[in-house]
Structure formats: C-alpha cells, structure tokens
Design a protein around this ligand. Structure first.
Ligand code: ATP
Ligand code: PYR
Length: 477
C-alpha cells in the first residue's frame, strides 16, 4: 500500500502527539478535518483509549488535542479507534433550513452542508450559509459549506408552490416553454429551455429526474408539447428533463449549452463573497471549465482557498474522466443525473470505476443521490439502500451525500443517523477483519528525499497490516 493510501484508508485518528489540527482548509479527506471555526481543546486523561494506542502522555496526565464538537462527542463515546473517516454531506432545503434543524444535523454528524442553487433564491442560500457559519462560531462545530451550481440543464419550473405533484399512468400532460404569469393550467409543466418544443419529436421518450417518471411525446402544438405518462410517479419542482429517441439519449442541444451559465457565474460570485469551502460544478464536460473556474476563484479571492468539485453526471464527463478528476480538487458521483445519461444498470460500475480512479489519483470523492431515497417518506431505509451505502463505504468513498432525504424529506435526522451508523459499522468491520486490500497508486514523490519518505510510509503501512496493532503512528521530523 503506498503512502497516499494510508492517508485515505486508515481511520481518522487525531494524534495527541501532533499539534492542533485546526489549521488548513476544510477537506473531504478522511484525515483532514473540516475545521472552519475554532476547534475545541479536548483533554484526554491517560485513558484506556490512549493506552490502546500505546500512548501515554509524558506528564502521565492529560493529553490535549483540538477537535470540533462532533469529533469530541465521538471520541468520548468510542475512543480513538472509532472516529469516523467517511464524511457526511447533507443538502439543506425547506426541511432543514432553520437554525435548530441545521444544529440537529451538525450534532448528528453532518460534515458538509450543501446548498443547491437549482432551488430557492440566492438570498435564501446566503441565509443558510450564514446560519452554518454562526453555528460553527458559537457552538464549536466544523461544518463546511458547499455550493452546487445549477448548470445548463433542461429542467421543469416550479409547481406553483406545491412540493410535488403526482402524474398517473395514461394521463396527458403539457410541457410548455410559455411564460405563465398566473397559476399554471391543470396538468401543465413549465420548461426552462426555449428550444424544447423544437428539439423534441413525436414518439420521443421524456424522462423526468432520470426516469423516475416517464412520458411519451404525442403531439406538438407551437410552444406546447403534449405527453402521455407511461411510468407514473411524483413530479418534483425543477426536476431534470432528458429525452430519448429510438432508445438513445438526445444530447446535441445540451452539448451547445455552457457548463457555467450566466446565472451560475452570479451564484459563484455570491459563493465566493460568502467564503464557502467548496463549489460543485454541475454537468462538467472537460477539465477546461474546472481550470477556468479555479483561475477565476484565485483572481477574485486570493486569500480564500475554495475547493472545486467536479460533478460526474453526464456522458461527456465520463468520457473525459481522468483529465477532469486531475483538474479538480474532488469529485462528486452525481448518480441522479448520471442515471438519465447512461443505462441504469451501468451506474454501479461507473461508480466503482470513478471511486477507484479517485483513490489512485489521490482525490476525494463523494457518492451522491438516492442513497436512502425511501427515507424521504419512511422512517426506516430499505435493506437494499443499506446495502448501497455499505458498498460505497467499502469502496472507500470519502463522503456520502443526502439529497432529497435531508432537503425535503420527513426524516432528515434519521437518514443522517443511518449513514453515520452504517459508515461506523463498516469501518469497524475493516479494522477488525483487517482486510485492507492493496491499491496500486502512482508514485507521487518528485525528489529523492520524498521517495525515501514514501517508501518509509509504505513500509509502515505494511507493518501495520501484518502486526497485531491496527494503528501505527510514525513521527517524521
Ligand atoms: N433550496 C431548496 N428549496 C426548495 N427545495 C429544495 C431546495 N433544495 C432542495 N430542494 C428539494 O429537494 C430535492 C432534492 O434536492 P437535490 O439538491 O438533490 O435536487 P435535484 O433537483 O435532484 O438537483 P441535482 O440533480 O442537482 O441534485 C429537490 O428536487 C427539491 O425538491
Ligand atoms: C447530486 C446530483 O446532482 C445528481 O445526483 O444528479
């Protein structure tokens, strides 16, 4: 196992022999804490946890490390061996935007609060971001903030304030590019893209949210497209729309749209001025857009390092995976939209490939969407959902993300608890079973001196694997 792998695969153990962990930018990496605010100084007596590690403070008394409130609670509860390495991202929406709700998520283990610029107003997002910052300042949490751009996708409009509308089998709905000043006529959906009616053809299959609801185009009348529902389901505000012709995705028009729209640039400006930690870019097509955004951020905000996360969700991003991952500071596997671009049965193998590549390129990776979809409505997950979360943790994703479950679901805190418990359980299982597989990593050292350090780290990892102690601490001076 190469040195980088140690960084990713071992449990996140703050070492009492190291100075405070409070510096540096927030990160999704398991070893780098997402500290943004002042961490607390947490004193440990020479407890069994310390002795487990073979560490006894030199004064025989207390050792002091700086941690955030959640890590402190986990350390008190479980000791050093059980701090969680898998970070948890929660999308903040109407179900979780009050100070109390955000605090409940922070207490439950949220490491990153995500706001999706596709929904709500810029002012609404600003208030949420400030709420998170206030919580960090006042209560010692270390929740990072991620702004997710809307991107140039075709999507439905709002549903006249309804949280969702049911489309039943056989019903005829109108998808229209007309601007509706008053309430929408019955069974009518506004579409954000002017060329929609021109681009679709009678007989096309229209997929809402990657196929959660399906229609067939039966007639075009000027700006209106009449469609018959043949896979019923819930229509959600601003849901993504794609269409297929003869079974193939029609994507010419999407390819013409810029990855970062003019609205996205305004949202990015707002994110920069709020000093967010991550900007996630939707529908990335190449590394160029990531590089461009990074230069823009550096010019606008030289003192504030904002990490750029590339969302892998389109056909184009899958084609240029390696260059995009290289260019970005991290990757999000956006399985929701990906599922409308490639056949559903290919999504799990795409996930596996992306996580593996990120591991090899030493970049953090988030697995997103529908991890616990049923928990939007029900208080317990399905067995299949738990298996899906388990698989993502076993693949060594750095972070798992809740979308609708936390944004507008009925059980956001319970969903977060499931992610947390499953992550902890699988990580414990690794430690107990000692089944860290080898991962082939490219050499990262550029000088002879670095190569020596890397080899020492590799050897340390090997010793750690074969010895009875699952954790080895080496101090290099
Ligand atoms: N700020 C918000 N205001 C209102 N509703 C929201 C907000 N954020 C999320 N939601 C609701 O939660 C659902 C899931 O959120 P999510 O961020 O996954 O959106 P999405 O539309 O699926 O977009 P994406 O594909 O970018 O994830 C949305 O469809 C929307 O109904
Ligand atoms: C998160 C997101 O954008 C998706 O899954 O499509």
């Amino acid at each position: 196992m190469a040195a980088q792998a140690l960084h990713f695969l071992s449990p996140s153990v703050p070492s009492p022999s190291l100075p405070a962990l409070s510096s540096g930018k927030p990160s999704l990496l398991p070893y780098a804490s997402v500290f943004r605010s002042r961490p607390r100084s947490f004193s440990l007596r020479a407890s069994s946890s310390l002795r487990d590690l073979g560490l006894t403070p030199s004064d025989g008394g207390a050792a002091s490390i700086d941690v955030d409130a959640v890590t402190e609670a986990e350390l008190r509860e479980n000791g050093f061996r059980s701090t969680r390495r898998t970070k948890l991202v929660c999308t903040i929406g109407p179900a979780t935007c009050s100070a109390e709700q955000i605090e409940a998520l922070a207490v439950g283990g949220m490491n990153v609060a995500r706001v999706n610029m596709c929904h709500g107003t810029r002012e609404w997002h600003r208030q949420v971001i400030r709420q998170v910052r206030r919580l960090n300042e006042e209560k010692g949490f270390a929740v990072a903030v991620m702004v997710d751009t809307e991107g140039s996708e075709i999507h439905m409009g709002d549903l006249d304030g309804d949280a969702s509308v049911k489309a039943e089998d056989g019903e005829i709905w109108t998808f229209s590019v007309r601007a509706f000043d008053a309430a929408l006529p019955e069974r009518t959906i506004a579409v954000n893209y002017d060329g929609f009616a021109e681009d679709v053809s009678v007989g096309d299959e229209l997929l809402v949210d990657g196929g959660m609801v399906r229609f067939e185009v039966i007639e075009k009348i000027g700006p209106d497209v009449k469609c018959q529902c043949n896979d019923p389901g819930l229509l959600l505000p601003r849901a993504n729309l794609t269409f297929r012709r003869n079974g193939r995705l029609v994507q010419e028009r999407n390819a013409m749209l810029p990855t970062i729209s003019s609205k996205d640039w305004l949202d990015i400006d707002s994110a920069i001025s709020e000093g967010v930690d991550f900007i996630a870019v939707s529908f990335v097509k190449s590394a160029d857009v990531i590089n461009h955004l990074k230069s823009y951020i550096a010019a606008r905000s030289p003192d504030n390092e904002i990490a750029v996360i590339a969302k892998i969700e389109s056909f184009d991003s899958l084609k240029k995976l390696e260059e995009i991952i290289h260019a970005s500071d991290g990757t999000m596997i956006a399985r929701g939209d990906m599922g409308s671009q490639i056949p559903l049965e290919e999504v799990p193998s795409a996930q596996q490939k992306i996580v593996k590549l990120c591991r090899q390129l030493n970049k953090p990776v988030i697995v997103a969407s529908q991890l616990l979809e049923s928990m939007i409505e029900y208080p317990t997950p399905t067995r299949a959902e738990v298996a899906d979360v388990t698989e993502a943790v076993k693949q060594r994703a750095d972070a798992l993300m809740l979308s609708g479950e936390s944004a507008m679901g009925q059980y956001p805190e319970k969903a977060l608890t499931v992610l947390r418990n499953v992550s902890l359980r699988i990580e414990k299982w690794w430690r107990e079973e000692k089944i860290h597989e080898e991962i082939d990593l490219p050499d990262i050292s550029s000088s002879f001196c670095d190569k020596v350090s890397e080899e020492i780290c590799n050897s340390a990892a090997t010793i750690g694997k074969v010895s009875s102690h699952s954790i080895c601490l080496f101090l290099f001076i």
